[in-house]
Structure formats: C-alpha cells, structure tokens
Ligand binder design. Structure first.
Ligand SMILES: [Fe+2]
Length: 356
C-alpha cells in the first residue's frame, strides 16, 4: 500500500491555490531545469582537506572560483592569484576579485550572488556533520553528473527509483507497506519515505552482518533549493544509519559536481569503510538515467515532459524551484525561511549518534 501526503511544513507558508496536484501539472510539466539559475546562496565548492596553499579551480554556472589558503584561511577569487588583483568589476566579488567564503562541516563554501548579502545564516543546516569538519578521507568523495543539477536532485527526491536502479546496493521494491510524506518551505523540500518489511539492503547483508530477510526503513531526502544541496538520511532497522551530504553544484548548466560526505562513524568497521565508497557505483547507476535525459531539454521536441502525478516530492521540487526563480527574476533575493536552523528533528536524526 502506498500513501502520499503533501503539505507545507509551516502553515504560515501557504502559496495560493497550491493544493490540488492536477491543477499544478502545467507548471510541473513545463520546466527547463537548465534555466533555473539561483543566486544569493552558498555553494559547497570543495572538501576543506583538499584546499591548501596551491590554488584549485572550481566553477559555479561557469563562473570561475579559484580556491586556496592564505595563513590557513580559505579564500576564493575570480582569478588565479598569479594574475594579480586588478579590478575586474565583477559584481559578485569585492574590489579585489574575492568572493565571500565560509568553512563549515569540512567543506569550503563560496557565495554566489551579491557579496553584501553573504551571511552565515544562509548556510544549510547539516547536523550529522561535525561543524569543524575532520572526518576521515574515506567518508568523502567526489563524483560528477553530465546533467543539469536540478535533474540530479529531482531524481534523488523520488527515492522509489532506488528500488530499481540501486537494488543491488539498497534492496529491491518488495515491502509490506510504504508511505511517502512531503513537506516544504520556500527554501526547502523534504520527502520522508517509510517502509516496513522491505527486502534487506544487500550492502547491509554483506557488510553489517544483517541476517534477517527484511528490515524497516525510514529515508529522508531534504533539499536546500538555492544551494542545490541535499541531505539523504536513511535509518535501517535492523541495520545502520546512512547519513549522506549530497550536494549538486551546478558547475555549468548541464554539468554537476558532488563533493559528498557520508558520516558512517557509528557503523561497524566494514560498513563504515565500504558504504561511503558505494557512492561511486550508485552515482554511475544514476548517471545512466540522468545524463541522457539532460540534453533533451535543450532541443525543440513535440514529446511532452510528463511527470508522474504520484511523485508528489518531485512535483513539489519543480514548483518550488520555479517559484524561487520567478521571485529572483523579479529582483527579490530575500530569504523568507531560515535554512541554517537545525533540521535534526525534521530528518529524524538520531542525535545520540551525532553529538559533536
Ligand atoms: Fe539514485
């Protein structure tokens, strides 16, 4: 049995006429993810451990970000330091071509937008990561998708895809019951999937020593719309928690970079080491679907982009992104909801496992 609930997380945020899903299909089925350029947001540009005195180059929507450290402090500029700091008139940097930078959760974050609006209060809450970083390197990695970042995220938030695409890692589609709840604010969308009696995840059978044939699961996908960052937090009973930071940084409009972090500190030795690296296998499986999909939006076609009406989370994601884009197009870059407020309760964080 599948039940789906779709509601705003905060009753004060009630977009007019936004309840019956069929009426929304016009917006849902008419979006071009490549057109959704968000600004005034922090993007996770690199693992902090990977940034030293030697500059490395990243990009956000094709804008160059050179990252390095000066006296141990991470900095970002729109030019390589050897080029000197002549004034370039870049409205997203200061007079010296420097972007606002933050270092938090073991990640170097660069601000994309009006530098005067850069504020730590707009940094996404990631309560399962130590604020000062320091997790071992095997819990981190980098993968890329040849697709627009929003395509990656809408793929992620419809987590039922995992039963088919990643069955050899997280288990197949068989379960006794399944429910999906969707909630949102103007800056986030959250999907909670609960299953009972679901086929046990092969990765846990082999690396966590789970002997039972089935397990109960609670999986949460929580997306920060502007920064294109997602949390994927899974609780498996019996089994281990899988807390994944899953950013989708738009390097260009059709290329996405993920400097991911999976905090498996509380799992046993094998699972702790193996599960973070499963991302390399899982991401190839996702890429086999999303990479061919992305260029289809760039061509004129009579083929319709029909989105399943049963995917309330994916629909909500498309609508919220379109709302934000419309507001930004009208010159409104203000945050109406706080993204740095602790989201631990929302994602069902087992705080006893993540006390920092
Ligand atoms: Fe996937």
């Amino acid at each position: 049995m599948l039940t789906t609930i779709d509601r705003p997380s905060d009753a004060r945020f009630a977009p007019p006429g936004r309840v019956p899903l069929p009426a929304l299909n016009a917006g849902v089925n008419n979006w071009v993810p490549h057109d959704l350029v968000m600004r005034d947001t922090w993007f996770p540009l690199a693992h902090a451990a990977g940034i030293g005195t030697r500059p490395v180059r990243r990009s956000v929507y094709s804008h160059p970000y050179f990252l390095w450290r000066e006296d141990g402090v991470a900095v970002a500029a729109d030019h390589h330091p050897n080029e000197g700091c002549m004034a370039r008139g870049n409205p997203m940097t200061n007079a010296f071509g420097r972007y606002p930078v933050m270092e938090q959760y073991g990640i170097v974050w660069g601000w994309f937008g009006n530098p005067d609006a850069a504020d730590p209060v707009h940094l996404p809450s990631l309560p399962f990561l130590p604020p000062k970083g320091g997790l071992p390197g095997y819990m981190t990695g980098t993968v890329r998708f040849d697709c627009s970042a929003p395509i990656s995220l809408e793929n992620l938030i419809d987590l039922t895809h995992a039963d088919f695409l990643h069955a050899n890692v997280v288990g197949d589609e068989k379960s006794e019951s399944e429910s999906i709840e969707v909630s949102w604010t103007s800056e986030t969308v959250t999907m909670v999937r609960s299953c009972t009696g679901k086929t046990v995840a092969p990765v846990m059978k082999f690396f966590s020593g789970i002997r039972q044939p089935t397990q109960n699961i609670r999986q949460v996908i929580h997306i920060y719309l502007r920064s294109h960052c997602a949390i994927a937090y899974g609780r498996f009973s019996p089994g281990d928690d899988v807390p994944l930071f899953h950013p989708c940084v738009p390097e260009t409009r059709d290329r996405t970079r993920l400097d991911y972090v999976m905090n498996t500190s509380n799992a046993g030795f094998m699972f702790r080491h193996v599960m973070p690296k499963a991302s390399y296998l899982v991401s190839r499986q996702d890429s086999s679907m999303t990479s061919p999909q992305s260029p289809r939006y760039m061509r004129q076609t009579k083929r319709r982009d029909l989105h399943s009406k049963f995917d309330a989370a994916g629909q909500r994601y498309r609508l919220l992104m379109q709302d934000l884009a419309a507001r930004q197009a009208a010159g409104d870059f203000a945050y109406r909801d706080n993204v740095s407020a602790d989201c631990g309760d929302l994602i069902g964080l087992r705080r006893e496992l993540f006390a920092f």
